[in-house]
Design a protein around this ligand. Sequence first.
Ligand code: SF4
Ligand code: SF4
Length: 507
Amino acid sequence: MIVDLERCVGCGKCVEDCPLGAISLIEEKAVISQKLCVNCQTCAKVCPEEAITKEAEPLPGRVRCDACPIGCEIALGKTGACKRFQNEDGRLVRTVPLHTFADIKDIVGPDYEEAIRRPLITAIGAGTTYPDARPAPYIVQGKSDGIDVVTVVTEAPLSYSGIKVKIDTDKTIGEEGAPVLIKGRKVGHVTTEEYGSKILSIGGANLLTGKNCFTVARTIVEIANREPVELRVKKGSTLKMQVGKAPVIDGEVIQKMRVGCGSASMGLFTPFFKEAADEVIVLDSHLTGLFTEHAAGRYVNARYSGIQLRGRKSTPGRYFQDQGHGWGGTSITNPLEIIAGVDEEIAWDGMTLLITETTGERASMFRWNGKGFEEIPLTAAAQRAVGVINNTAQPSRVSAIYVAGAGGSARAGVTKYPIKLTQAVHACKACLTVGGAPTFIFPGGGITFAVDVERVKRGAFTWVPTPATVAPIEYTMRHDDYIEMGGHQEAMKPFDVVVKDLKKVMV
Ligand code: SF4
Ligand code: SF4
């Protein structure tokens, strides 16, 4: 990398961000250690003065890594920017050897044994014993896999609770952090975007105790019970949604989620793109891909088209875009708008261009006539490529994870020593299920769990106007462990007796 000393103002941003510590400031100017530098260009990307550029020629005596789009040029005995690959005697080796499961099993830790993974009874319909000083409504003893186990159940009111909603779409729904409203009342906010989906966070203790608390509690429960709800993102979209169904965004039923970003599409469909056209652009709001410049195109010796794209370049053939209501969730409504320029020295007459989205729902084809692009019908090979994307794109749907903290007073209904229950859950000796569904227990303190609401019987979530949402919680453990943790032995009933009683109630 070359530093233009005239331009460098000594701000030190490159020093902070160089992944290899290859830059130092000397007399308020950036100085790059050529021994350590691998030409990853991180410094050039963060320099506000554009004072750092890459040499035209690759560095001599280096090995080029092609394990990611950065393409580090690594000197003998040194590592690349990610420190995963090292140049050892002129060949690249992994700095960390491949691990078998046996190598890491002690770090992964224990798993719940089969006998306690499923509760003897669920807490659906069990009721609550308030205050929790009383034993939980049902403490049931029975056999599972020939082992004596105990299941303790309660429909726990959880004031620390909320729901994360995943909406599979490449459509823009609103700014990250934007409030999510129901009938004008705030019930949550837009959080991050995860793999082609938008995520909403609804509820949480602060909203559940705020001025819209009852609306918040009702909304969490409606979503968790897979009922239809209509939400609006402030300064964003209207969302009609129901867990398990396709979302309706601004009145449009969303059919497909994206297969990945525009760059991922390049690697996923390389052989089809090579056949489809001389150049392929996959429009996407995260990363738009340009095939002949992308590593995937280079891998199959695609000839560079001379097309330059709009957007901030990440690595060759990968361009960050804005968000909007156009193609691929970008602001582009006419696909040719993605082209910033064409190098007429490189482009050739008759060169074909396919532009599509990461869902393959829209596609157009063009031919270069020496001055501009004219639209032509999609060729059979282009239709095949677009069809493969569309068939790979999964149906769009809404899903949700209910998240809550069960590490509070409800523990007193299980044991006289609440901390022992918390410890048992983290040691995989007491298994927490929700309506029989498996949960993920968050690491760290307390008992914070997450459950896929589609695995819980519809209608099992309720709310009380304290306000709190109510979820059916079961703890199942070995009988001996329950006694050892100070469980309410006196309230224990055999499974057969409990089941007989249930039948009586039903009669
Ligand atoms: S190119 Fe990468 S390794 Fe080299 S100085 Fe810049 S940030 Fe550091
Ligand atoms: S995988 Fe690591 S060493 Fe290889 S090019 Fe990427 S950042 Fe550089």
